[in-house]
Design a protein. Structure first.
Ligand code: PAF
Length: 291
């Protein structure tokens, strides 16, 4: 049975007596099979699984989609029940921010201002602040986050390390449609035509990862990704396409790396990323004259 908790008092009363290891999956609702994978990963790692559902106003800019963000609580609860979630904490805005929006917030430093942070000022401050608040209210042993929001996952890990939080953070690989589109709550904004354009993001990442693996180096990988994205020829408008190390620092010459992309498709901003293995650069063997 999945218990629905609306207040912090109900949350405390439910969690207090629970024995065993507790996992939390934080969401903004509009759950899809990607979230189900996170819930299943939580189930495998703990005795008790709690999901949170809260559309956090702090992480939306003034011109972003806070008002139209899908709110589908009944369907979300059905998914949680089917995934064997023990409790869902779905507080109101007033319950989570009783004195209004918090004055003291957590920032992600320079890393929080790059990539997503550059296009969405204040986004990671909103995310990290609510994540820390929820970690403090729930006190889980492990918190599960999707790799789909890779910069978010990286910053949450950094926050845990930098602020000495006593919680394990587990990342779960992105779930994709058979044609490569990364699952996202915002995919439901896309028209049929836009959905086809949205495939440019995963196509770019596939091409980049393949070129990296074939020894074309960081520049070759990025060039292949840009070609596959096809800026100007499709309905997708690139925001960024970068290659970094796994912690979002400068890309290495060889070894594990991460390629990340963000683009606008119509009025919808989409992000995606993949792990990349940069193979040693293969130098083409020069053919001798007449050879
Ligand atoms: O990834 C999300 O859905 C949100 O950013 C999170 C972690 C639930 C914080 O509001």
């Amino acid at each position: 049975m999945t218990t629905v908790l609306r207040t912090r008092a109900e949350l405390a009363a439910t969690l207090g007596p629970l024995p065993g290891r507790l996992a939390v999956v934080m969401t903004m609702g509009a759950l899809h099979p990607g979230h189900e994978t996170l819930l299943r990963a939580a189930r495998e790692r703990a005795d008790v699984v709690l999901a949170t559902i809260f559309v956090n106003p702090l992480q939306f800019g003034p011109n972003e989609d806070f008002d139209r963000y899908p709110r589908t609580l009944e369907a979300d609860l059905a998914i949680c029940r089917a995934a064997g979630v023990d409790a869902v904490f779905a507080p109101s805005r007033e319950e989570l921010y009783p004195g209004g929006e918090p004055i003291v917030r957590v920032t992600g430093g320079d890393l929080g201002e790059e990539l997503e942070g550059a296009s969405r000022p204040g986004f990671f401050t909103g995310v990290l602040t609510v994540v820390l608040k929820l970690l403090n209210l729930v006190r889980p042993d492990v918190a599960i986050f999707g790799e789909k929001d890779y910069q978010q996952l990286t910053l949450v890990r950094r926050m845990v390390r930098d602020l000495e939080l006593d919680v394990e953070i587990a990342g779960v690989p992105t779930v994709r449609e058979p044609d490569g589109l990364a699952l996202s709550s915002r995919n439901r904004y896309l028209s049929t035509e836009e959905r086809a354009s949205a495939l440019r993001l995963s196509a770019a990442l596939r091409a980049g990862a393949a070129a990296a693996g074939a020894g074309r180096g960081a520049d070759g990988a990025l060039a292949a990704a840009h070609r596959a994205f096809g800026e100007g020829t499709t309905g997708a408008k690139l925001d960024y396409l970068v290659l970094t190390d796994p912690e979002l620092g400068p890309a290495p010459v060889t070894g594990p790396a991460r390629m990340l992309v963000a683009a606008w498709v119509g009025g919808t901003r989409l992000i995606d990323n993949v792990p990349v293995e940069l193979a040693p650069v293969s130098v083409p063997v020069a053919t001798p004259p007449g050879g």
